[in-house]
Ligand binder design. Sequence first.
Ligand code: PLP
Length: 496
Amino acid sequence: MGVMEPGDGRPARQPASPGPGGMPPGEFREWGHQLVDWVAGYLENLERHPVLAEVEPGWVRGGLAAEAPVRGEPMESLLEDFRSVVLPGITHWNHPAFFAYFAVSGSGPGILGELLAAALNVNAMVWKASPAATELEQVTLDWLRGFLGLPPGFTGTINDTASISTFHALAAARERRLPEARVPGLSGARPGRVYATPETHSSILKAVRALGLGRDGLRVVATGPERGMDPAALARTIDQDVASGFRPLAVVATIGTTSVTAVDPVGEIADVAAAHELWLHVDAAYAGPAAALPRMRRHFRGWERADSIVINPHKWLFTPIDCSVLYVRDPGALHAAFSLTPAYLETGEEGVRHNMDLGLALGHRFRALKLWMVMRYFGQEGLRAILDHHLGLARLLAGMVDAAPGWERWRPAPFSLVVLRHSPPGVAVSQRDAANLEIMHRVNAGGTAFLSHTEIDGEVWLRVAIGNIHTMERHVHSTWAALLEAAEPDATATSN
Ligand SMILES: *Cc1c(COP(=O)(O)O)cnc(C)c1O
């Protein structure tokens, strides 16, 4: 961490306000080396940091200047603020005991890929604007498709987040299923409906609203006891809507829901979607990479029949955020929704991809480079080994929870998320909920792990989401020990 510490004797050598031409190459090289060293040291010593930032709201803002500096500052002084103000306000998603939400982790090759992409700084909006960025993205997403066992015939494109990928998919669905709205807009069209369960991610409702379908545009479909969509309920809901004059547009099936990683039965949903000519969008933002393991493929049965699928390599494929992949069966549907070429962007090449035609944004970052580097560095075997390791850690934790009196676990747990709670006999539900939140706060405040919670039928459960590339068995053991310890005061209170 030497580079971040003041007084290492290095004089501030650059002119105070560098101006045209930017940072001199020699200075860039020197700081570049130092910062790569710092990053390496950071990754080596992640556990020196508390997982969760320990600052109060406003503390970071209070530590920063209110206005931009008038004269340029030497790198030393801004890195000093990075060390003393920014770092303490960081929640360390890279920390091996980050188990909240869904883990993300940037691996070495992914971080280096990000560095190269930042250096090249291309904007691959049209093919000519950087042929390699466009074509390497196509090749990498074909690799990923094959790795996940999806058949050819899906075209991939990279967005920043699953929320945007899903928005694009549903925009294509609206274009296809409500063509009469294309020119005059939605006001004269039959109101469209999108189907999903109460377990689906909030990004679905956001997309439905942003697409002008209103809050009522999302129709909630009942689930079975394991929280997967009930296909019979889907068929019934669609029939009711058709009879009432609505236009069914799309159904969103999730493989690995956010709360408990429930799996919607995609094959049966695909039958219903086909019968009603609905667009089938599959949200596998988190769980998608598990399809790389042949024994996990059964959870993905039927997803090859989808019109679109979203998978986030920035979640469980060790690629730095952001990197979300949208696969579509018919890229023409995205074109129909988004292609619109002003004269200044006409480039004349035939048969090439122009990324600007596949989504809302004109600009297109070279995100594929980091994913390509991750896939090449680890190889299919290496990536499968890490995914397998995570599934094993989840089984290990599940086994310890199951063997512990007074604890229970949500089942099934098909992926790497373990949902659990302290539930000693004879404790009222309201008291149990409060006790579990207290347990979570104690664990999180202890600095050794970071957990989040969810509600199932209004009751509190704790989530331990495994999936960070740095996580080892000992982190699972120490987190379980922290949970047991945090629960102890409650155990004595209830036995009194
Ligand atoms: C994380 C997640 C999302 C949202 O992902 P973003 O990339 O943050 O928009 C959507 N759906 C599921 C199932 C997720 O796990």
